[in-house]
Design a protein around this ligand. Sequence first.
Ligand SMILES: [Zn+2]
Length: 373
Amino acid sequence: MSFTVTATDGEARAGILRTAHGDVPTPAFMPVGTKATVKTLDPDELRALGGRIVLGNTYHLHFRPGDEVIAELGGLHRFMGWDGPILTDSGGFQVFSLRDTILAVDDEGVTFRSVYDGASAAFTPEIAARIQANLGSDVAMCLDVCPPAASTPEEHERAVRLTTAWAARQLAAPRAPGQLLFGIAQGGTDPELRRRSIEELGALGFDGHALGGLAVGESREEMFDAVASATPLLAADRPRYFMGIGDPEGILGVIERGIDMFDCVLPTRTARTGSALTWEGRLNLRNARFARDPRPLDEDCACPACRRFSRAYVRHLVNQEEILGLRLLTLHNLRFVLELTAGARAAIEQGRLASYVAEALARLGDAARTETP
Ligand SMILES: [Zn+2]
């Protein structure tokens, strides 16, 4: 078995995911390395921050530089110089979020125009399997249909039907040695459709399960309700992955509801817009109030940015568009969410997750109330 639950606290779990490139303590935040790099960082820095598993992007790597090129060069681990675990998405989310580029969705798969050169391309379950086998990731994801939250019930039903049919085909396709395969449940926020999707995938027998099609436009409350009703239906002995959450409140919320893994571009993307995630809330370093601020980004943070540099210095770098500014904010933001997640894991082991979450939300809530625009 590739996953062991080591402690529970309410619905929340602490565990270990075992992969061909090492173990991942869960709950785990997965930094996103879309194009075979977590933007601005090198792999040693990522590891020093506490990153244990990185996400790579099938869509982008398939087109640039090409998954066959990466295979020829020894696979994605060697290509990007990261010898730890890698999870690759299936490319489905990118295709379905670039809706204007979709040409057709049918039983076979999805055809679309590449964002790189506009050429027609197709993803089928077999192609998604082959690309991820070429990349050699430790965890591969099934190709799914991911409709926007505002879709009609008929569209959500069709997404569930195709997602199950595609998952069965991908399960039968060849994989890289030791590669785990996770199925993705759809169904939007409709409890019955979600249940059906989870049951159909559960019957197929995947190494882990993801909740897809959430955090795509529905309210936070609807999203949390959908997670709370879905996790008890997911196999307790397999990892549960929530696709696409990375803000502090969201991370704590899905952990409390029984999620083991999650990813998001938010910490790294926020950094590149010049903002820091802190216990005082989100700080926009472009703001003039930091011009003479000698304090670190966050008083409680031990990241390389906070150990050496002041807010005034980071602000100067950001305003002058110096590359170091984006790097320092990326280091800090990733450290912040990785520490928050590690703290939740420790709290689960000690049976005090509820108070950990309450304290964290109170601090972050105070910050939100006192934050100056
Ligand atoms: Zn820091």
